[in-house]
Write a protein that binds this ligand. Structure first.
Ligand code: URA
Length: 159
């Protein structure tokens, strides 16, 4: 079993916050362990919660188009979310939930070591950059997250 598969098995058992009581499936993320490009969204929605896979609903179709436009296939990139379980009624994740879930994404990034992180939407960009700035001010230029280049862009569901 690869280290990433082991980590995902650990994430699937997580009960570190309230969201564990509401979820159907945990959505750790998916993609190759050696992916150069890593996309990060906010949190699973209904379809993701049902399937255990990130970005499979309508936002996922837009994300697939975005990935295609920059010359990649979905199978070549890693796709994850800041929060691994669906918040009830798709409400915004709470600070305690963000804190409890943050270590999973950090451990994924430590294993995958992507060349570039692309955050999708305001929530992921602000959480990772520790910024309150609007996404319109953050997007379109490189920032840095724990030594890796990070490009914020709009959320595919918004576009
Ligand atoms: N929106 C997200 O931010 N993540 C998903 O996985 C699906 C929709």
């Amino acid at each position: 079993m690869s280290l990433l598969t082991e980590l995902h098995a650990e994430i699937e058992r997580c009960k570190n916050c309230e969201l564990a009581r509401h979820r159907t499936r945990v959505v750790p993320g998916e993609g190759p362990e050696n992916a150069k490009l890593l996309f990060i969204g906010e949190a699973p929605g209904h379809h993701e919660d049902q399937t255990g896979r990130p970005f499979v609903g309508q936002a996922g179709q837009y994300l697939d188009q975005l990935i295609g436009m920059i010359g990649y296939k979905r199978s070549q990139v890693f796709i994850a979310n800041v929060i691994k379980c669906r918040p009830p009624d798709n409400r915004d994740p709470m600070p305690g939930e963000i804190m409890a879930c943050g270590k999973w994404l950090e451990r994924q990034l430590d294993l995958i070591k992507p060349r570039v992180i692309v955050t999708l939407g305001a929530f992921a960009a602000r959480t990772l950059l520790g910024s309150k700035a609007p996404i319109s001010a953050l997007r379109g230029r490189f920032h840095e997250y724990r030594g890796t280049r990070l490009m914020p862009t709009f959320h595919p569901a918004y576009v």
